[in-house]
Design a protein around this ligand. Structure first.
Ligand code: SF4
Ligand code: SF4
Length: 120
């Protein structure tokens, strides 16, 4: 008990080592990978992000023009963004807000518009 006394006194006198997230947020370092975002208008639905993702959390449906990511499976490795040929995938610098239920990131694009633009 006497061995712990200095540590107990030190901890009583110092600030807590943890934060009350999400109410207290720390400043994020440069280049932080926050929420994954797809600029869907530039997406060509090639599916490269989905094939390269190590956790298989991205689904792409070229016909329907949908791009979906399960952020609860994402490990924020950045491989999808590094391999996206149009660079439409990138990370916001802010973290996703805390959630009480599973929410997918779902985006709807228009692959036909892409084809039309390509033939213009
Ligand atoms: S790799 Fe990029 S362009 Fe291809 S489907 Fe994924 S987000 Fe779209
Ligand atoms: S950051 Fe990594 S784990 Fe997350 S969607 Fe991209 S490739 Fe998958």
């Amino acid at each position: 008990m006497f061995n712990f006394t200095p540590s107990i006194l030190k901890n009583l006198a110092s600030r807590p080592a943890t934060r009350q997230y999400p109410f207290a947020k720390r400043e994020l370092p440069e280049g932080v990978r926050g929420e994954l975002y797809n600029d869907i208008h530039a997406c060509i639905f090639c599916g490269m992000c989905s094939r390269k993702c190590p956790t298989l959390c991205i689904s792409v449906d070229k016909k329907a023009g949908t791009w979906t990511c399960d952020p609860f499976m994402c490990v924020y490795c950045g491989i999808c963004a590094d391999n996206c040929p149009t660079h439409c995938l990138h990370f916001h610098t802010a973290h996703r807000p805390a959630a009480t239920e599973r929410q997918m990131i779902s985006m709807q694009g228009d692959p036909k518009a892409k084809k039309k633009n390509d033939t213009d």
